[in-house]
Write a new protein. Structure first.
Ligand SMILES: C[S@@+](CC[C@H](N)C(=O)[O-])C[C@H]1O[C@@H](n2cnc3c(N)ncnc32)[C@H](O)[C@@H]1O
Length: 351
């Protein structure tokens, strides 16, 4: 398998190329990345036999910033008549898989193809199970098929537990009707991405304290309150009245870059639209000064060199914290609900 397919938000194909090219370079894996703008995917083409397998085993998918999904494999052309026959023939040449996802790209054409995929999935699944290729729940890799049209599919695999949490990396989150803004889904998605579900009851729990910088009208605060945390909401703008009625929110009309809590808090979240370097410095200061133990901060992206800039900021946070003797886990992702931005998560390791 010589091709690594990487899904992404449309418009970020070059960032994916830069990121995967950088990683491959660090691992001495020869190859080249290519993409066409607006297609919602990029490819990394490799010459060496097992290089892609090696790369996908060494790199944690969740650590990648811009890719939403990945799989190594190849593009197949399918005839109008017997698509399943051709797929079975091809799949006989690669290891049996333990799960199957049919995916499309996050483009208008992709959306139109979703109906086709829904109809195609049941007969395909039946045929793969009957042939013994698909061993549901087994130890084999995940089979990820990305349809570009009804006649063109990328048939790829990814190691179990090392690909997107949801098909195409798009979370199925329901907008909570009581939440004051759609931004609420950004913080919920961040938690799903950065915090294993099994740890939510310890790390997002009743009685914890949080500060929400740039909180108005309260979408992120709503998520914190929904986990029964006490929140200081910092913003000159108004907060949703119903949310204030919860009795768990204190509204501070002050500058988020100046505000400091009286006592350290468990969580700091920040959705202020500012230069990314300023938000990154804020994040470093809060964690570095011990003002919070865990934080989620939104970083707006510049127009150009977006991967380079994010990498530079992450390195700066890392070296800044190391310089202060703080050991912390730093992660960053362009979430599905992020637009021209990425979400950064930092957690202080317990000493
Ligand atoms: C994208 S909105 C936040 C939306 C909010 N997270 C939600 O879910 O409803 C950005 C907010 O940052 C606030 N803001 C901008 N500069 C700020 C500053 N220096 N200090 C505090 N808030 C600021 C704005 O008033 C605005 O309400």
């Amino acid at each position: 398998m010589k091709t690594l397919l990487l899904h992404c938000r449309t418009g970020f194909e070059n960032e994916v190329c830069a990121e995967i090219g950088d990683l491959a370079g660090q691992m001495n894996i020869a190859g080249y990345a290519k993409a066409r703008p607006g297609t919602g995917f990029a490819e990394f083409i490799c010459n060496g036999g097992d290089d892609l397998e090696h790369l996908m085993k060494k790199v944690r998918f969740s650590r990648l910033i811009f890719p939403r999904q990945w799989a190594r494999g190849e593009w197949l052309h399918l005839p109008e008549g017997d698509r399943i026959g051709i797929l079975l023939e091809y799949l006989a040449t690669i290891p049996a898989c333990s799960s199957l996802w049919l995916e499309v790209l996050d483009t208008n054409e992709g959306k139109e193809l979703s109906t086709f995929c829904r109809k195609f999935e049941a007969p395909l699944r039946r045929a793969l199970t009957k042939s013994g290729y698909l061993l549901d729940g087994g130890a084999g890799p995940c089979l990820l098929m990305t349809f570009r049209s009804g006649r063109e599919v990328f048939v790829g695999i990814a190691e179990k537990g090392n690909s997107a949490l949801w098909p195409m990396g798009i979370p199925r989150l329901k907008f909570p009707r009581q939440a004051p803004s759609r931004s609420t889904l950004k913080l919920e998605e961040a938690w799903h991405h950065f915090i294993p579900r099994s740890e939510w009851d310890d790390r997002l729990t009743a009685g914890m304290t949080a500060v929400d910088l740039g909180a108005s009208p309260g979408g992120w605060t709503w998520q914190l309150v929904n986990r029964y945390m006490r929140v200081i909401a910092v913003d000159n703008g108004p907060m949703n009245e119903k949310l204030m009625d919860s009795g768990l929110v204190e509204h501070q009309h002050v500058d988020g870059f100046v505000f400091r809590p009286r006592k350290p808090v468990d969580w700091m979240v920040c959705d202020i639209v500012e230069k990314p370097a300023r938000n990154a410095a804020l994040l470093e200061n809060w964690i570095g000064e011990g003002l919070c133990r865990e934080a989620v901060v939104n970083l707006k992206l510049p127009m150009k060199q977006r991967y380079t800039e994010v990498k530079r900021l992450l390195e700066r946070i890392e070296s800044g914290l190391a310089g202060r003797g703080v050991q912390a886990g730093i992660a960053c992702k362009q979430l599905y609900h992020d637009r021209e931005e990425v979400t950064c998560h930092v957690r202080v390791f317990k000493s």
